[in-house]
Design a protein around this ligand. Structure first.
Ligand SMILES: C[S@@+](CC[C@H](N)C(=O)[O-])C[C@H]1O[C@@H](n2cnc3c(N)ncnc32)[C@H](O)[C@@H]1O
Length: 258
């Protein structure tokens, strides 16, 4: 099974069932962004600190695997020259919907976050990459490509999962019990049997991958990026019992040295 093809259809399906990461921003949020008040998340809850943002006016932004009519339109409203790359045509349609509704200009490109060959090297000032690499089987390729398309001195901010999230026994997790079962790296394709996939992944659920921190943080460093910011974020305990014990989401800020 090709996970990128599979996840294209799965995310299109998520749009049709109203997954929260597919719900476009409101006119009020866009109006605030036009005034420079850009409220965005890289992780489930915590807003990205303002000091992580660039000067928006004229900034060439790549919203990487970030469709859904959410961050792309807000950055465009603040004055940035935004390109949204996403694998799901319906997620990209959300961005175009908001752009049309609000009279904003942005570009949408359908593609795989691990292959940014649609873009020239050094062509973006800022990359916004929310918690999406959980859907990519190879994140080292994502970091390498992000580094290539970023201009020297440019910044990338990214959200990703602490891999401990993928260690849990899925049957017990549903009952509210956190017990480790799966080693990391985790893959819905290889860590689960076909029977378990059928039992734990509802039809139309995207395939997910639990990457090591060596690939998440070390992967950025190996690509040539220099880390300058870090925070953790949590989520509601009704999503998983593990959120009672640990903040399972991480955000980083890094730049491409001159
Ligand atoms: C959780 S949503 C993120 C978008 C959302 N705006 C946010 O704030 O997090 C994950 C996104 O990653 C996209 N995606 C999944 N696999 C991808 C891939 N291989 N390349 C590009 N985008 C991908 C999905 O289509 C989806 O829009």
């Amino acid at each position: 099974m090709n996970p990128v093809h599979y996840n294209k259809a799965a995310w299109d399906h998520q749009v049709s069932i109203g997954n929260r990461w597919t719900v476009p921003v409101s006119p009020e949020e866009v109006a605030r962004a036009r005034l420079g008040d850009v409220h965005m998340v890289l992780t489930p809850q915590k807003p990205v600190p303002r000091e992580w943002f660039p000067t928006w006016q004229g900034c060439r932004v790549l919203a990487l695997a970030s469709g859904g009519g959410q961050q792309g339109p807000l950055m465009a409203a603040a004055g940035a020259d935004v390109t949204v790359l996403d694998n799901s045509p319906k997620q990209l349609a959300r961005d175009r919907e908001v752009a049309e509704r609000e009279g904003l200009t942005l570009k949408t490109v359908e593609g795989d976050m691990a292959d940014l060959s649609a873009f020239a090297s050094d062509s973006f000032d800022f990359i916004f990459h929310p918690c999406s690499n959980v859907f990519a089987p190879d994140i080292n390729a994502v970091w390498r490509e992000a580094y290539r398309v970023l201009r020297k001195g440019g910044t990338i901010i990214a959200g990703f999962c602490n891999p401990v999230l993928f260690t849990l026994d899925l049957e017990l997790e549903k009952q509210g019990v956190a017990t480790m079962r799966y080693p990391i790296p985790y893959s819905d394709l290889t860590s689960l049997t076909e029977e378990e996939r059928g039992a734990f992944l509802p039809a139309g659920e995207p395939l997910a991958f639990g990457h090591t921190l060596e690939d998440q943080i070390g992967g950025q460093l190996r690509a040539g990026l220099v880390l300058t910011g870090f925070y953790e974020d949590g989520w509601d305990a009704d999503q998983s019992p593990i959120h009672r014990f640990l903040k399972c989401f991480i955000a980083t800020r890094a730049y491409k040295p001159v």
